[in-house]
Design a binder for this molecule. Sequence first.
Ligand code: SAM
Length: 256
Amino acid sequence: MRDPYIFSRMHRIPGYLDPGDALILRALLGHQNASGYRGGAAEIGIYYGRSFFLIERQLRTDERALAIDLFDAGDQKSGRKRLESFTERARDMGCVLSEGQVIRADSRTLAPEDIIARIGRVRMFSIDGGHGLAHVRADADLAAATLSPEGVIVFDDFCNPEWPEVTAAILDFLRANWDRLRPFAVSQKKLYIAHTGIGAEYGAALDRAEGLRRLPRAPVNLFGHTALRVSHRLWQRIGYEILCRMGLGRMSAMLY
Ligand SMILES: C[S@@+](CC[C@H](N)C(=O)[O-])C[C@H]1O[C@@H](n2cnc3c(N)ncnc32)[C@H](O)[C@@H]1O
């Protein structure tokens, strides 16, 4: 099924999520919905909400998404504050955000209870905030402490040479938590992890997901453990960017 957000709205929101990972996130949340897994969703590192809106849209009406960001930068083009741009986009998107669903803070000042009190245990936690070693390590610990038994943590910029400390922090975190948390999927940009008992189920769900049929998938060895590698082909990424820049974003769905 084509997602009306991924191929008709996402490219209009400045940000970093690409259609490959958007399809993976959507498939994972869809699997959680179909399996009756419940919980909130949280993201550290909202920017203008490109990935936040995708995740929020997949939640049930009684589940809530939490947006965490410094929101300290302005939008150079419009001169508006980042938080203002984000909340305005949320309104356009039909995403109703209560005050408690947006935390304007350094994520390192947050305790697990700050999150659980607002949205309950988390079934999808996206980490894309500060890219230094101490930031990612602290965000990972925070996510792990709030995760539901079936929850997924998604790290951005895993193995991105531009951000070596992100990778170092993730490896450090995995080493410290290997008895309970393992990676089950990896894309060009993100690493997906879950509790040991459930990762294989998510890997299998991604492998058979209809929405990923045009993204090549293969098992890969990650630290002596098998995960699913999901590729986003270069021609798909280039085609998507070109069509979006030509104002033909909707047509890019044909590439997937
Ligand atoms: C790469 S952008 C996030 C992109 C977004 N997830 C997307 O898909 O478009 C990183 C964001 O992290 C935020 N950030 C950086 N350090 C942070 C911190 N210590 N606590 C909270 N947010 C932080 C920045 O303000 C910025 O909006």
